[in-house]
Every structure is written in structure tokens, then in C-alpha cells.
Design a protein around this ligand. Structure first.
Ligand code: IMP
Length: 197
């Protein structure tokens, strides 16, 4: 069977992706690679270009995933700069910027890109919610400050209870991807894959 690779430097993402894809009977191999990231205002474009670089590196069907946390009160910040902002000001810095505002609506967006030598497809997932007033325990990245709609707990607290995927942006994008992948690729032998491509 043609193996599917997930290329990233983020092992936390891989663990989530592996466990979600298992539910759809898709196994995925982690490839830890730093990929060139283009400058763009669109996480969709960044992810598609990254998946093309990833395919060029490993010559196997590959998925990459880019995320952004878009906070309404901050005009969509940190958005496509989420990774840099997390590394620089972190969750405490975001809470300071929020300045105890009552308006705390936010959306976590996932964009998952698939590439092989012929095809480039994207799958999106969104989780709407709000920014907590404090940093909770659990999870990684912005998990401790994001409360998805339908829950009173942050992603961090939900992660501890093994319930984050019920709400997560990533799980929604992966569901769309898995349905498409299982119809088009699953079970294809390496021979068939090469012949059809
Ligand atoms: P990137 O897609 O890896 O660039 O992610 C952007 C930023 O969002 C990084 O700082 C990640 O740590 C953070 N992030 C992405 N997905 C999640 C998540 O599911 N929970 C919490 N933080 C996340």
C-alpha cells in the first residue's frame, strides 16, 4: 500500500493526526522536516505550497497542516502569524492584549493540504469559540486559552479528558480529508499509484 506521510516539526500535531486518522483506518508516517514557508496572508496558500515542497523532498503522498487562531477583538490577530506570536508573546501576551475585554470571540482554523506528483488538494476545518480569561492546564500551543463553543473547558482541559477532537478544527479538516482519501487512494498499491499518476 502507498504510505501516507505527515510532514511537520510539530510532534503534538502528529499525535493528534495519527489518532484521528486511525478512526478512518488510515495510517500515517511522521516525517520531521523543516519546510520552506512562503510569505502570504493566506494559510491555505502557505499549506499548499508547503505540501508541494514536502512531496518534492520525500516523493510520497503527503499531508501538511497549517493552523491559525483568529481573535475577533484583535482584528483577526494572530491569524497566519500564530506560530511566531506564540513563540514570542505566548498565551500570557495574548491575554494581556485582550485587556480583560468582554468580546472574546475567536476561531481556530485548520488547513490541511495533500500533495502527490499530480494532485494538490486542500481541506479546511474550523472551531469557533472564545478566549479564556486565564491560562488553564493541559494541551499545547494555544490549547490552554481557547474554549470551543459547546464546552466550558479549554482545549487544554479537554485534551486531558481525551475530548479535544470532539471540538477541534483539526478533527474537522481530517474528517473531510479522510472521506476523500478513502474514496480515492486507500488500498491502492504502489504499482497502481505509479501507473495512474
Ligand atoms: P502552525 O500551523 O504549526 O504554524 O501553528 C500555528 C500556531 O498555532 C502554533 O503556535 C501552534 O502551536 C498553534 N496551534 C496549532 N494548532 C493548535 C491546536 O490544536 N491547539 C493549540 N495551538 C495550536
Amino acid at each position: 500500500m502507498v504510505p501516507l506521510y505527515f510532514v511537520s516539526t510539530n510532534h503534538n500535531k502528529y499525535l493528534e493526526i495519527e489518532s484521528i486518522l486511525q478512526k478512518y483506518r488510515i495510517s500515517v508516517v511522521f516525517s520531521k522536516l523543516v519546510l520552506t514557508e512562503i510569505q502570504s496572508d493566506s494559510i491555505e496558500e502557505i499549506a499548499i505550497e508547503k505540501s508541494k515542497y514536502a512531496f518534492a523532498e520525500i516523493s510520497r503522498p503527503v499531508i501538511v497542516e497549517d493552523d491559525g487562531l483568529f481573535i475577533c477583538q484583535l482584528n483577526g490577530f494572530p491569524g497566519q502569524y500564530s506560530s511566531y506570536v506564540y513563540k514570542t508573546i505566548g498565551n500570557d501576551g495574548i491575554l494581556k492584549l485582550m485587556n480583560n475585554s468582554k468580546q472574546r470571540f475567536a476561531v481556530f482554523k485548520s488547513f490541511l493540504a495533500f500533495s502527490d506528483d499530480m494532485n494538490h488538494y486542500g481541506f479546511t476545518g474550523e472551531s469557533e469559540g472564545r478566549i479564556a480569561f486565564g491560562v488553564t492546564e493541559g494541551g499545547w500551543g494555544y490549547d490552554p486559552i481557547f474554549i470551543p463553543n459547546g464546552s466550558d473547558l479549554t482545549f487544554g482541559q479537554l485534551q486531558i479528558l481525551n475530548r479535544k477532537t470532539e471540538f477541534s478544527h483539526r478533527a474537522k479538516a481530517l474528517k473531510r480529508f479522510a472521506q476523500w482519501y478513502n474514496q480515492n487512494y486507500k488500498g491502492m498499491s504502489t504499482y497502481e499509484y505509479k501507473r495512474d499518476s
